[in-house]
Ligand binder design. Sequence first.
Ligand SMILES: [Zn+2]
Ligand SMILES: [Zn+2]
Length: 441
Amino acid sequence: MRLRNLLLVAMVLAAGAVPLTAQKAGSKKPAAAPPAATAQDEIAKAAETLRPQLVEWRRDFHMHPELSNREERTSRVMAERLKAIGLDEVKTGVGKYGIVALLKGTKPGPVVAVRADIDALPIQETIDVPYKSQNPGVKHACGHDAHMTVELGVAQILSKMRDKIPGTIKFIFQPAEEGAPAGEEGGAKLMIKEGALENPKPQAIFGLHTIPALEVGEIGYMSGGAMASADRFFLTIHGKKTHGAMPHMGIDPVLVAAHCVLALQSIPSRRINSLDPVVISVGAVHGGNRYNIIADEVKMEGTLRALNEEVRGRVQQMMRETLAGITSAYGATFELSFDEGSAVTYNDPKLVEETLPTMRRVVGDANLIALRPLMVSEDFSYYGKVIPAFFYFLAVGNKAKGIDANWHTPDFDIDEESLVVGVKVMANVLVDYLEFHQSHP
Ligand SMILES: [Zn+2]
Ligand SMILES: [Zn+2]
């Protein structure tokens, strides 16, 4: 939070201490109309009117949370609403319970996509609110109920503004962002595999995530590597069982494992440029069964995080080399495998640069916050591997109201005022994108 405040101060100073919105409100002469003024005004008015509906939608999703790849009701209700709005195409069953819907503007132009994830988490809700989860042990604790609501609100508003949309908007509602159950496919990867980014192919994609650490009204963003890749690794060290009093007769995998844990930590600190963030965490170590027996093997599990795909690949290779060297020094052997999770969420710098003025116009300069990258991961990253992508953060915190619980906690909540902000920002971002790229193909 210290960084954020510093940035805020820097931005306010740069803007002459007066946010753009305040300048506009305070001046007697009407300000020169920005290029998308008409659309922006229409969106703003419609979003304000939609406020009670947004809250109702969000509460309904919040009260009926469903786990990854089990979003049967969520998907059905969403599809009904999208059809009621009158979108041009509503395709269900993409990547299990995923939905891909199209909104065609009356003017020709490019195709842009927006994605919201729809799954909840196996967490028992503890907050006492009228919209408390009705599904015991399951809760929207990552704010995906808000993501869906914002995207639905955008669809609702823009469906009434087709004359101002030069091109097509593809709405993607994606299941299983939190990870499919063991043995199942799911999430962004499966939706892409099943054609979510084809027919028509969008030329860019946007997405947003709630962030409780920022105050409602703010938008956070990063350019370039924004969220980390997440690879789970499995490591087995093979030794040779013997009596605990005669270790020289065997090969002690516990000692070798200890050296391996230390050596792995030397990769980020000594072999990778310190300006390239890498995390290697060994989260579990299991081996041996009795105090006076040298074990025959030790099994470990951990996570590897990186903010750059090239570094990610290099670290995987260095882990193999390091483990080969350590284990051979003791006459042990090893097996290492990676279960590759989400890729690096990469925000295309050019797309970010051309989108920021829109965000600044909608929320005001002081409310647009540059954030440091996060070492948590997001499967939105897979879309960014196919087309330019921008994933930004919608502030949902409100300290005065006591809303600041972190993601994935039993008392996570959002300030529902953020829904209107989210709709305004995303609707403007999409319309501006289409307008800009229609004239700059
Ligand atoms: Zn989450
Ligand atoms: Zn999430």
